[in-house]
Design a protein around this ligand. Structure first.
Ligand code: SF4
Length: 153
């Protein structure tokens, strides 16, 4: 099995190829009349969902038609894909968190320290992961589009 990313990454070439093959076979066995054409409104809604998933630090990978369940705590959320261009922003947030931690320590706010430490742990994990993935060639899955209208029988 050939990994296109580091061993910790989820996707590799074989997994993507097998999954796409599975989808193609399933589509071929499904009766054509079960496929309802998408109307323009549905497609627009689908596209808007992806626009709404753009957040400060990158792209949110939550599924279509779901809302954010985590009160936009993106740094702690497994759904965030950090945009490479936002790595300097992570550094800024880290500096800010460290300043807040120093204040919390001086004031004896132990609960605050615990929360900040957790956020710092997630921030550093995501930054390391983003740097690792930046060194790997991306897998191109293609762009979805509206299929041509089917002939009525
Ligand atoms: S917290 Fe998670 S689910 Fe919510 S917007 Fe951020 S990445 Fe998406």
């Amino acid at each position: 099995m050939e990994y296109l990313t580091s061993p910790e990454a989820v996707f590799n070439e074989d997994v993507v190829r097998h999954y796409q093959g599975f989808l193609d076979r399933r589509r071929q066995t499904r009766p054509l009349d079960e496929y309802r054409p998408i109307d323009k409104e549905e497609w627009l809604d689908f596209e808007q969902h992806f626009d709404q998933r753009k957040v400060e630090l990158g792209g949110c990978a939550r599924p279509y038609a779901t809302s954010c369940q985590h009160e936009h705590a993106c740094l702690r959320c497994p759904m965030i894909n950090i945009n490479l261009r936002m790595l300097p922003r992570l550094d800024e947030i880290e500096v800010d968190l460290l300043a807040r931690r120093a204040r919390a320590e001086a004031e004896g706010w132990l609960g605050e320290i615990e929360g900040i430490d957790l956020t710092l742990t997630f921030l550093r994990q995501k930054r390391d992961q983003t740097r690792r993935l930046a060194k790997v060639a991306p897998i191109h899955l293609g762009m979805p589009g509206l299929p041509p209208p089917r002939a009525q029988t």
